[in-house]
Structures are given as structure tokens and as C-alpha cells.
Write a protein that binds this ligand. Sequence first.
Ligand SMILES: *[C@@H]1O[C@H](CO)[C@@H](O)[C@H](O)[C@H]1NC(C)=O
Ligand SMILES: *[C@@H]1O[C@H](CO)[C@@H](O)[C@H](O)[C@H]1NC(C)=O
Ligand SMILES: *[C@@H]1O[C@H](CO)[C@@H](O)[C@H](O)[C@H]1NC(C)=O
Ligand SMILES: *[C@@H]1O[C@H](CO)[C@@H](O)[C@H](O)[C@H]1NC(C)=O
Ligand SMILES: *[C@@H]1O[C@H](CO)[C@@H](O)[C@H](O)[C@H]1NC(C)=O
Ligand SMILES: *[C@@H]1O[C@H](CO)[C@@H](O)[C@H](O)[C@H]1NC(C)=O
Length: 540
Amino acid sequence: MRFVPFVALAAPVLAQYEAKPPLKPSAKPVEPHSYPPAPSLPGGPPHPPPSGSPSPPADPQKFVTPKELIKLIKLEDLLAGSQQLQTFADEAGGNRAFGSTGHNATTEWLYQTLKKTGYYNVYKQPFVELFTAATTKFTAGGEDVKVDYMTFGPSGDITGNLVKVNNLGCDVLDFPTEVTDQIALISRGTCNFAVKAANAKLAGAAGAAIYNNVPLQALSGTLGAEGDYAPVVGMTQEAGVGLLSQIGNGTVSATLLVDAIRENRTNYNVIAESKQGDHNNVLMLGGHTDSVFAGPGINDDGSGTIGTLVTALALTKFKPKNAVRLGFWGAEEFGKLGSFHYMKTINGTLSGDATEVAKLRAYLNFDMIASPNYVLGIYDGDGSAFNFSGAAGSDTIEKDFEDFYNERGIPHVPALFTLRSDYAAFLENGIPSGGLFTGAEVLKTDEEARLFGGDAGQPLDPCYHQACDTLVNLAHDAYLLNTQSIANSVARYATSFEGIPRQNATLRKRVAEMSRFQARFDDGGHAHHGQTCGAGKHLM
Ligand SMILES: *[C@@H]1O[C@H](CO)[C@@H](O)[C@H](O)[C@H]1NC(C)=O
Ligand SMILES: *[C@@H]1O[C@H](CO)[C@@H](O)[C@H](O)[C@H]1NC(C)=O
Ligand SMILES: *[C@@H]1O[C@H](CO)[C@@H](O)[C@H](O)[C@H]1NC(C)=O
Ligand SMILES: *[C@@H]1O[C@H](CO)[C@@H](O)[C@H](O)[C@H]1NC(C)=O
Ligand SMILES: *[C@@H]1O[C@H](CO)[C@@H](O)[C@H](O)[C@H]1NC(C)=O
Ligand SMILES: *[C@@H]1O[C@H](CO)[C@@H](O)[C@H](O)[C@H]1NC(C)=O
């Protein structure tokens, strides 16, 4: 594996990497959005252009300011970083899923790049999790039916008759006796896919197929965890209804193939903290480094990874008052495993010694910040839009993000904390949180098209969790703007946590309970603009 340490900031610095292949031309140009220029903010003399020195000073003398940090955020550096992630995926069979060579390469590169600055203490935190992915094939009555894998499902190569299951298959008694050694056909609804797949196994079925209960949508879900399941796939409602009517006419013979990889894989978080700054008052920010198995994940979440990295590299030119810690999370796509693992290891459980957790004054999450048909979403930290806020101080974090766009005359919309990305680990430990989100598979509304341009009625990211989430699946204007916004907030909190109260144990506990309560109502669905990729697959 070839690791190209990535040094952002200055064209002369980038020039040393010119051997890199040039950016591929955008096959699908992104509609440009034009925004008024940022107002010139009052401030000191302009910062001198960054020097061409290849190794940035590890001990800068000047305190960071928003204005100066923002100036160092360059689109070319963002795209060079995205190109690097694309290369890692290309060299690894097209994805950067956790535990794969593509993900290993991503984490090793982040580690080396940050270490080389001399500015951060960096470590890779290993953890082991079960990885599953599969290729599937389903035929019925001699016809191919498009089906999707249910994460955590077992392998199987089955030939049998399709048998209609009564009701919704939530009770083992719903399965007729003739399902034994055959393939159960079940409607989605009422109970988790895991319950249906486990009941199918209990009833003696050799396999199961679940069809959607909403029109025109593939059914790609998760069983949530390991278990004793029949091999199972999901299909559209239309496919399911068609098969039911065939069953009504007579015996329908089917084949089901699930060829699953199920293995425990070592996976890494990359954690870095500025050597300088107050280590008892720490700003943490990050995003996830793994992609889904289906594609390279250049928007999801290559964009948040590189936005965080480019900001972190820019910060090396300055001195922070508060320490800045970076969290590049692994295995988010399998249920935010990396961030939760990390919080556990610093006793983020509200049970052990809470000293380490108490040092984290705020967490900023960046998961999908350059969706092609974007909205500019800011997590609703004050609960004004969705009646669910984070820990006290999350309101300030939201407002500070809003100010950035307001000062530039740029619209923004609130995004719901669904607890479906890595901020959940922090909210569930009562840590004030916020972040940016430009949207996944949800369709753009007319109102959003009016605010942000782009295509109403089309997904905010048409390549969400697909092979086409490549280098051309990025809105360059949103990418740059949102990374400048990251820089703005980072410089702000690296200077002061004014407006973000220090949490005490009582407060942390209360918010944690609220967050967990809220999380219980989340079926893994994507109804709101809070949806992100994390554990984004439906459980039910
Ligand atoms: C990723 O790195 C780990 C630890 O070095 C190693 O055990 C694993 O084999 C690597 N995986 C791949 C797919 O390269
Ligand atoms: C079921 O049989 C009816 C009557 O023969 C026929 O019209 C219909 O097309 C058949 N449906 C399927 C799905 O084969
Ligand atoms: C993964 O590791 C766990 C814990 O050690 C073990 O119980 C499980 O059987 C392993 N799974 C696989 C597929 O190897
Ligand atoms: C976590 O808590 C346990 C028990 O209080 C303590 O022994 C351990 O040192 C703590 N770990 C950290 C990282 O603070
Ligand atoms: C907001 O949430 C709180 C706590 O969950 C609940 O008691 C209250 O009724 C909600 N308010 C509205 C307007 O939905
Ligand atoms: C925690 O903070 C809240 C709000 O500032 C305060 O009302 C409460 O007394 C504090 N509790 C403890 C145990 O310090």
C-alpha cells in the first residue's frame, strides 16, 4: 500500500506531490451556486501567506482566530484529500469499509499525515468488530428478482417453494407448517427484520424474503446484531406483491443465494490532540473514516474526514488556548462502533471515573458535508425545530454555526439529531454537540430548492451508499463553505468555550437519559433531515 502523506495549506507545499494523478474531470458537473462574498470582517493586519516550508512548525506562536484559520481553507486541498481517499478505494476493490485494505490505508494515512506535522499527539486505537457483507441472488418462477442483503444475515444457497407467511411474521405461529425447508415470503412491518428472520429459522424455513410495505423502494435493512437467523433478503413491495399473486395461482419454485462474509475484523479509530492548549478543556471534532461496502464513500464520509483534516492541518500554523482533539471514527456504518468504543475507553459510560469525559467541553460532528444536491444543515442544538436538543451549550454551538452563514447572507436549515451518527456517543454522555450535514437520500423539497438551488424532488445525495459516491459526487461550493465553517467554529472554541457551560455529573446524566430515550424511538429510518449514514439501515 502506498501512503502519500497529505500536507494541505499552500500551493507550494502541494507542489511536491505533483506526481499524483490529476483530478479526474467531473463527469457530472455540479450546478454552481452563487453566494455573495463574505463581508470583510474587522481584524488585524492580514496574515502573511503560509510559507512553503514542507514541515509546518510544531510550535507556532500566534493564537488562532476564525478569520485567519478560514483563510487557509482551500478547495484544492479538499479535493486533493478526496482524491487520495478515492485512490485508496480504487486500489482496494472500490470501497473503504471497515477492516478492509481501503479503510486500513485511510487510517494509516491520517495517522502519518497528522504525526508528520509534529503538532499533534496521534494514536491509532484498534478494536475488533464483526464485519458482514454479501452478494445475493434470487430467482422465482424462473425470473430474477432484485434483492438486497440484510446486514448480519447468514449465507445460504437454497432451492425451495415460496410460502406466504400469515400476518407479518412477528409470531412464529404466523408461519404455516408447509414452510419447512422452503422459502418464507413475509411483509415488512410491526416487528424488526431480525424477529422475522429468527422466526423463519424457528419455523424450519430454509430461507426468507421480506418485501417492502411502501411502494417503489428497495429494502436494504439490518438485523442489528448477530443471531440465529434464516438466510434472508429484502425486496420491493412490487416484487413481493407480484410473487404473492403467483403463489395464489400455484406453486412457485425459487432459489435464494446469500454469499456472506462474516468475520471479526480489526479496525481503527485515529485520535489526535494538539500538543498545545489546555488539556482540561478540550474541543473534539471528527467524522467517520469507513465507507459502506457498496462504494468508496467520498461524500459519506470522505467529505467530513477531509474537511476535518484540512482544518486540523491549517490549525498547525497557530496556537490554541484550548486543546483540540480529532476523532476519526471507524465502523460508523455498522452502528457508530468506533465512537462508542472510544467513549467507553475514556469511561464515557456515566459509571466509572468520569474525569476524562469531563474534559471534553464540546464535540463537533461532520458526516456528509458536500452532498451534490445539498442543503446546508446545522444540527438543531437548541431543539427549536425538532424539540430535541443536546446538552446545554449545544444551543450555542448551533447559533455559532448559524452566525457563520448569516454573516455571509447564506441560508441554512436545522437538522435533527437522530442519534444516527457519531455525535450520539457524545450526546449520550451529556457532552454539548453540534455539526453540519448536507443530506443523504431524502428528496429535496421545493422550499429547499428555492433556498439552495439544485433539484427539487431528487435525493440530496443521489449516490448515498452507492458505488457512485466517488470524487464526482461532491458539491465543491458546499464542501469549501462548510469546511470554512468548521474552521470558524474550531478557531472559536480553541479560543474560548464562552456560552458552553461546563457540565456536571447531574446535568450529564439527565441529558444522557434524554438522548437514550430519544434513540429508542429511532427505527433506523430516514424520515427527517437528521438522517445520516450511521447505522442508517432500517431495523424494521
Ligand atoms: C488491516 O490492518 C490490520 C492490523 O494491522 C491487519 O490485521 C489486517 O489484516 C489489515 N486488513 C487488511 C484487509 O489489510
Ligand atoms: C394468475 O392466474 C390468472 C388467471 O389464470 C392470470 O390472469 C394471472 O396473470 C396469473 N397471475 C400470475 C402472477 O401469474
Ligand atoms: C467474533 O468474536 C466474538 C468474540 O470473541 C466471537 O464470539 C464470535 O464467534 C466471533 N465471530 C466470528 C464470525 O468469528
Ligand atoms: C476508568 O474508570 C476506572 C474505574 O473508575 C479507572 O480505574 C480507570 O483508570 C478509568 N480510565 C480512564 C481512562 O479514566
Ligand atoms: C417536547 O419534548 C418534551 C420532552 O420529550 C415533551 O414533554 C413535550 O411535550 C414536547 N413538546 C412538543 C411541543 O412536542
Ligand atoms: C449542576 O449544574 C446545575 C446547573 O448549573 C446546577 O443547578 C446543579 O446544582 C449542579 N449540580 C451539581 C451536583 O453541582
